[in-house]
Design a binder for this molecule. Structure first.
Ligand SMILES: Cc1ncc(C[n+]2csc(CCOP(=O)(O)OP(=O)(O)O)c2C)c(N)n1
Ligand code: SF4
Ligand SMILES: [Mg+2]
Length: 350
């Protein structure tokens, strides 16, 4: 059995602005269980990157270990990829980002990978505001190791054959907000209309863009009693707004009712347009986002959509004032200040 996709393509397949078909953003055939939410997220990433006309070689995909962390094999097969160690994706992404700031970094992780073994790494990537999109494919279980409860499983929630989970869950969006994340969103793998524009906005954001995507595990966590099952999420999900991403090149039209929307301009001039449904949420207020997450949780609902964004975000490179070039392009003359300058520095210290 082969997991490679056939190579032929339809001569009339639509192309994007740089002449690529959608197929050129695909990866190997997925070996995940049929119906796994993670595969829907891969499809959403492919769609977003294709529509944004991003050159595949400018993307680096980095992941940890888990079914979720396997997924970068199934999208962007012509991009760079590094499947790291369980929970260690953030430090690999940090190093890569510091070495080459010109790439687009897509980090893919799971709830086990992020909220348990990788928690110490996750929190520092957030507070350092690494310029990357970080997607946590959150199914509330360790899918790859056969369905143990993860740290995001809700108290009382049941995985297949499991006892009700006895522990309070970690809400990764709330954690990210408290740690100073500059872009925080939550979505559902079964809602591509919401997820694709969120991914586009996360990629366009300068800084750490976190998306927690509830992604049911059909094998170990799609049963009655699980709060991460398809049926449960469909019944309890509540979107805080309709999200639309308008690229910088496109004309921005105003066809909305004043007062019922918010437009967020990204650093590159593109716009995230939100058609608000819950007037209580101010996407520019960290406190508002935290309060709304709690309020919805108290009503047994999951709030999805863009929860918070800081348009003036300064990423790690801005803060520590690194060179604006990838390190591999620096020549000896860039790295050595020369004798005259060294003399001056030495003289200042005498
Ligand atoms: C250092 C280390 N500890 C434990 C494991 C075993 N392990 C592999 S994947 C995994 C959990 C994966 O869960 P999650 O990140 O939620 O991904 P999912 O499979 O649910 O998508 C564990 C504990 C490992 N591979 N490496
Ligand atoms: S075990 Fe669960 S998470 Fe892993 S591939 Fe199957 S459905 Fe997806
Ligand atoms: Mg998981």
């Amino acid at each position: 059995m082969t997991y490679l996709r056939p190579n032929f393509r339809h001569p009339e397949a639509p192309v994007n602005e740089i002449g690529y078909t959608r197929k050129q953003y695909e990866g190997a055939l997925s070996t995940l269980c049929a119906g796994c939410g993670h595969d829907s997220i891969s499809t959403a990433i492919i769609q977003a990157v294709f529509e944004m006309s991003i050159e595949p070689h400018k993307v680096a995909k980095i992941s940890g270990i888990g079914c979720s962390s396997k997924t970068p094999t199934y999208f962007l097969g012509n991009s760079h990829g590094f499947n790291s160690v369980h929970g260690r994706m953030p430090s690999v992404a940090t190093g890569a980002n510091l070495a080459n700031r010109e790439m687009i970094y897509i980090g893919v992780s799971g709830d086990g990978d992020t909220a348990s073994i990788g928690m110490g790494q996750f929190v520092h990537a957030v507070r350092r505001n690494i310029n990357m999109m970080y997607i946590c494919e959150n199914n509330g279980v360790y899918g790859l190791t056969k369905g143990q409860d993860s740290a995001t499983a809700d108290i009382g929630s049941k995985s297949k054959k499991g006892e009700p989970n006895a522990f309070e869950p970690i809400d990764l969006c709330a954690q990210a907000l408290q740690l100073g994340a500059t872009f925080v969103a939550r979505s559902f793998s079964g809602d591509k209309a919401q997820l694709v524009p969120l991914i586009k906005a996360a990629i366009a954001h300068r800084g750490f863009a976190f998306i927690d995507v509830i992604s049911p595990c059909v094998t170990f966590n799609n049963n009655a009693g699980s709060t991460k099952a398809y049926d449960y999420v469909r019944e309890h999900v509540s979107a805080c707004g309709m999200v639309d991403f308008v690229p910088m090149r496109e004309e921005i039209t105003a066809h909305y009712q004043p007062g019922s929307n918010v437009e967020v301009t990204m650093h590159d001039g593109s716009v995230v347009r939100l058609q608000k449904m819950d007037e209580g949420l101010d996407v520019h207020s960290r406190r508002s986002a935290l309060n709304m997450i709690q309020e919805y949780k108290a009503q047994d609902k999951v709030l999805t959509g863009l929860l918070y964004i800081d348009q003036d975000s300064r990423d790690l490179h801005d803060v520590i004032r690194t060179t604006d070039k990838p390190l591999r392009t620096l020549k000896a003359a860039d790295l050595c200040p020369g004798n005259a300058m060294l003399e001056k520095i030495n003289a200042a210290m005498r």
